[in-house]
Design a binder for this molecule. Structure first.
Ligand code: MN
Ligand code: MN
Length: 342
């Protein structure tokens, strides 16, 4: 489990200091990446402020528009998307961006130079929770791109294993940023008074075992047999084959569910669903599953569709959805083994 303690001001490590120190000594280290990350963080601070002000600044409720997935957009879906785009497009470090809220990749305006990274993001994760004052988040993924060329939509369709950085912010009682660049996972708490993210959760690790699961039970009748079996065995508790009782937690905000599992363990399932073969899962590969899978594996957990490691999926559509099962390594491996049995 992650150790946290209150620290003196002089011991504090800011996110910027942490990134620069972590990158020192890495051959590919560049100030460009630090600037890119700083711009993402600036956007997240603005989003944090807006989410916190809520009804006082008139940002709650529906925008009365639909996104590319046919979902009704919240006002904050639209506003937070604009904040991300405006914070990122000018810096010269990006070849392009892609957002859950936009049909097509977002081009860098002509007046700005282009750089060597692509950023993909879900600007407001769990936005259906916003009007009931529950935790929401922002999720992002960074890929490398070919320099000096306008990226084609196919340039974004890369496996999760090629990500150079992934992170998410949860806007909860505290605003927290969780980040990996492929060297473990670290958590930072936003100090609202000085406007900086401070390293508070060093080297976050997911315990390999758990007795807590997260799933939307109302979809039970649409699950495949391996998932039905796994959940039945958990629910059977002490008298069942697992010989221990389980608890259920379900926040329905991916960023908040991942944050909980990073801190106290657990397993999360939004599995394959027989309702609509055109839509094999609920969560999006490029904006949700890939960045979370990178973080979870870096924290010692596992992440799968049940049949395939998330980070190995070759994407075919920038908005494609996937089944998503992740968390405690031993539990995820058990679910995979159920899928492998005839
Ligand atoms: Mn989301
Ligand atoms: Mn969203």
């Amino acid at each position: 489990m992650t150790q946290t303690h209150k620290m003196g001001v002089t011991d504090q490590v800011t996110l910027t200091q942490f990134i620069i120190e972590q990158q020192r000594g890495l051959p590919e280290a560049s100030g460009t990446f630090t600037l890119l990350l700083n711009n993402i963080v600036t956007a997240c601070k603005q989003i944090s402020h807006l989410v916190n002000r809520g009804a006082l600044v008139g940002v709650l409720g529906s925008a009365e528009t639909e996104n590319v997935q046919g979902e009704v957009q919240k006002k904050l879906d639209v506003i937070t998307n604009d904040i991300m785009v405006k914070a990122l497009d000018w810096g010269g470090h990006l070849g392009g961006m892609a957002s859950e809220e936009n049909d097509d990749p977002i081009q860098i305006p002509k007046q700005y130079p282009k750089g060597k990274y692509l950023v993909l993001f879900d600007p407001l994760d769990g936005s259906s929770n916003i009007d009931i004052n529950l935790t929401v988040g922002t999720i992002f993924s960074v890929l490398r791109c070919r320099e000096g060329v306008e990226p084609e939509p196919e340039d974004f369709l890369r496996k999760g294993s090629e990500q150079v950085c992934a992170g998410f912010v949860v806007y909860g009682p505290s605003t927290m940023l969780v980040l990996t660049t492929g060297h473990g996972v670290n958590g930072f708490t936003l100090d609202q008074d000085i406007g900086e993210f401070i390293l508070t959760h060093r080297n976050m690790r997911i315990p390999e075992d758990t007795s807590e699961f997260a799933i939307n039970m109302s979809n039970q009748r649409f699950w495949e047999p391996p998932v039905k079996r796994y959940i039945d065995e958990c629910v059977a508790g002490k008298d069942g084959p697992r010989g221990k009782n389980f608890n259920m937690r379900w926040i329905a905000s991916l960023a908040a569910d991942v944050y909980r599992i990073l801190n106290r363990g657990g397993v999360f399932l939004y599995p394959y669903d027989i309702r609509d073969p055109e839509r094999p899962g609920r969560l999006r590969l490029m904006y949700e599953a890939n960045p979370m899978a990178f973080i979870i594996e870096q924290a010692g957990g596992a992440c799968t569709t049940g049949k395939e490691r998330i980070l190995d999926i070759k994407p075919h559509d920038i908005h494609q959805r996937v089944p998503l099962i992740f968390g405690a390594k031993n539990e995820v491996e058990r679910i995979i083994s159920y899928y492998q049995q005839p």
